[in-house]
Each structure stands twice: as C-alpha cells, then as structure tokens.
Design a protein around this ligand. Sequence first.
Ligand code: GDP
Length: 316
Amino acid sequence: MEFNPATRCFVAGHRGLVGSALLRHLQDQGYNHLLVRTSGELDLRNQAAVEAFFEAERPEVVFLAAAKVGGIAANNEYPADFIYDNLMIEANVIHAAWRHGVKKLLFLGSSCIYPKFADQPLVESALLTGALEPTNEPYAIAKIAGIKLCQSYRRQYGCNFISGMPTNLYGPGDNYDLQSSHVLPALLRKVHEAKVNGQRQVVVWGTGTPRREFMHVDDLAAACVHLMAHYDGAEPVNLGVGEDVAIKDLARLIQAVVGWDGELVFDASKPDGTPRKLLDCSVLHGLGFKHHYDLEAGLRHTYEAYLQNLGEVVAV
Ligand code: GDP
C-alpha cells in the first residue's frame, strides 16, 4: 500500500497521549492530509456519527488511537466505562473502515491483553493462553476484541487491518491526575510537588516490586508509522523497548531526574497489579525498528515538557 504524505489519514484520538504524538510525528514528516476530530465533534461510540464521518471524509488510512484508558485505580473503579467505550469505539471505526474501503488500519491495543502468568518476555502467541490480570480485565477483553475484529475483517473481507500492542507509555501530553493516571506520570508529579513544597516523603502505591516496561510515546508514534509502512500481517505486533524496571527503581530514577532526595514510602494496601509485563519485541526489531529514548533520557524530556506545561498554565 502507498503510504505517503498525500495519503488521507485519520488519526482517531488525536488529543490523547498516543494520538497527539502520532499527529506531531506525521506533521513533522510532512503529512498534509491528516483528518482529526475531537470527541466533542465526533463521538466514536456513536455508530451513525462514525458512519457519516467516513462517508464524508473517505480516509484511506486509519490510526485507531482513540480509547478509554487509565491506571490501576481508574480501571478498578470504572470497569463498565472501560469495556463499553472501548468496544464501541473499535467496533464502529473498524466496521466503517471496511464499509468505506479504508486501505489500511492500525489498531492499538495494550500489553495487558496477555495472560497474567504468561512466560516473560511476552510473545505475541501468548494471547488467549490463560487468565487475565483481574484489575484491568474488562479493558483487556475490549482490546482483545479489537484484535479479533481486525483479524476477522481481514479473513472474511480481505481488509489490511493490523494491530500493535504498546507497552506502558509516557511522555508529553500524559494524564497527571493522581487518581486516574498510570504510575510514571503519577510519580513524576508527586516527586515534583514534594520538591516544590519541601515535603520529605512521597507515597508509592503497592510494594514497589512489580516490574513494568516503559516506552516514550514519540518512539511509539514512530513505531506505528513504521508498522503502517512495513507490516501487513494478521498477528498483533508488540511495541516496546524490551527492558523493564521495578517500580521502586522507577521511583528512584524519577527522584534523580527531578532532583529530590526525600524518602519513598510504600503503601502495600494499594494493589500491585500484575507482577511483570515485559514484551518480547523481536518481531518489531525484525521489521527494522528500534526505539530512540532510554528511560532516563525519556524521563528528562518528559519532565521538561511537564514543567513547560505548568508554566503555560500559570501564565494563563
Ligand atoms: P498497571 O500497569 O496496569 O498495573 O497500571 P499502573 O501504571 O497504574 O500501575 C503500575 C504499578 O505501579 C502498580 O503496581 C501500582 O500499584 C504502582 N504504583 C505505585 N505508585 C503509583 C501511583 O502513584 N499511581 C499509580 N497509578 N500506580 C502506582
């Protein structure tokens, strides 16, 4: 498939962490037929609205980065929203993409689709070989449905719909709300505020022993564009860096980047979630893609963007 700057390309979810990084990346590369809609302009959970949008705009390529996402607490508290919103968004967009002859679609899932106790690093073929982590099972089930939608439309109708499974992401544009965010932005904010307010302690949820893999979202965006250009298979492709870190070591690295040497207090009454979810990225690497940021460089870049953003808020 021809994928070049003249391609009419719909970036679904362009206000989110992933979609906004994709938009920046595509704009940097000179793509000038980018279609975007805010959720206010186009509710992707509404089938008729999605149909009308595809009918009017006729995208040739779709990056499906729109999703209801959140950290461990949000997933626990709003399971209905996490399963319903994601199922509706995927079903509507993928079905409309088929009906309107989209040439290629990339669906983005998550590493939490893999069984809780699958062998690590997680290979793509581990999908559906065991029970899921309960704290985000509704979200994971919706994301697995998205993969199966892509595979089913490929099998029945010959659609070139592919799936990528990103690891935990971070970077500019992340959600820093302490109740609903993921661990990395939460700790960056807590440590920053401790520094600014002269606090001596920061609370880290859980035991600090679970391990997570983190990818800078600009690397993820580049990986998505790489898949769009170079991958046409039915199997999902893991999108990560191939290395993980214990939460307590992530917290220490954040302390170093922010420049705060207070004490970390572990609150074991909060859930740990899955013990580890490191992706095997050999398929991605075999396609010729390698990430740019290591965790420390990515954290420095993200902290700069966080500070800049705070500056803007203060200036308004
Ligand atoms: P998960 O990867 O789906 O489990 O989601 P999270 O990113 O929310 O959490 C990852 C791990 O970080 C879990 O073990 C959390 O308990 C732990 N964690 C430590 N401190 C925090 C925090 O302040 N916020 C969040 N969301 N997680 C934290």
